[in-house]
Ligand binder design. Sequence first.
Ligand SMILES: Nc1ncnc2c1ncn2[C@@H]1O[C@H](COP(=O)(O)OP(=O)(O)OP(=O)(O)O)[C@@H](O)[C@H]1O
Ligand SMILES: [Mg+2]
Length: 327
Amino acid sequence: MNATLMKRLFRVIQSGSNADVDTLCRRVIEEEKKQGHGRVAKELERILTDAPQGKAVPAPGTLQRLPTSRRDSALLVLEIPVDKLRHQIVLPDVVERRFHRIEREFAARTRLAKHGLKPRHRILLYGPPGCGKSLGAERLAWNTGLPLRKVRFDTLLSSYFGETLANLRKVFDAAQASPCALFLDECDTLARSRTERNDVGEVTRITNALLEMLEGYSGDGLVIAATNLDSALDSALFRRFDEVLKVPLPGIPEICRLLETTLSSIETDSAIGWREIARAMDGMSGSDVVHVAQSAAKHCVLEGRRRVIDGDIRHALAEVQERHQAS
Ligand SMILES: Nc1ncnc2c1ncn2[C@@H]1O[C@H](COP(=O)(O)OP(=O)(O)OP(=O)(O)O)[C@@H](O)[C@H]1O
Ligand SMILES: [Mg+2]
């Protein structure tokens, strides 16, 4: 086991989080497999599976509920516990209200059930790259108190069609069995991987299987999918979601807020022309705006100054603009 993994394992044991311990134990096993230590990996796996309930690791229903692939027992999902989720996101008011509505409905699910109503729980986030779709999924999980279970398409997709379907089924069955926010990030990967092999028939069948599983999902959590291609998903898929949310490029007010929050841990000069800088950033992704602000702050610190000045931000901005022109 490498030193970093060992230190992380010790830290999570110290923190007392069983869910984290078993996620890390799985990582150790995967690491051993990668290094060709198949026997050790098998033994470790057996120890985890045989562990008496209620003792050290794993807590009942934690490790066992994480689905693994049929072929090589690799984890099909990566689970991020609630306390590790990021949740600070800057959104235009109208989008913020729709995120908030999902969270309120989830919180009121028992009351809604009394009237035969269900909270919105199949959510599609779409929009341009770097504008907060993945972050938005983390925020939804955080605000609903659900662990985020991110589907690992690298292990889910198999060169055998039947295996891909079996893996997808396992992921949905596990989500049904224990509440989580199941996150299909960049879900167009599912379709793309097949079209690259010109296997259009399989794309349709996998998409149909996904539609069926989405429709059949009646667990106590959320299913969140994200894509930056609105054309990649057919209209049948759009219909299966009960909330389709566009996460747009930040407008001027959002750019100002992103700059402000990113620079909140450092002093800023009162002469900075925020509005003008924000206008120059119009059309940039949230990710670029955050990058510019962080880059300006780092430059200021390295220069040994206490305060970020207008020039720091403009310099960082010019660099990003140059990079965009070059690409
Ligand atoms: N609306 C936002 N509010 C706060 N931070 C943001 C926002 N949009 C982007 N960021 C910053 O940019 C980073 C990348 O955002 P994120 O990964 O959520 O984008 P994405 O829409 O999922 O992109 P992709 O389509 O490439 O997957 C975030 O970790 C965050 O630092
Ligand atoms: Mg993303």
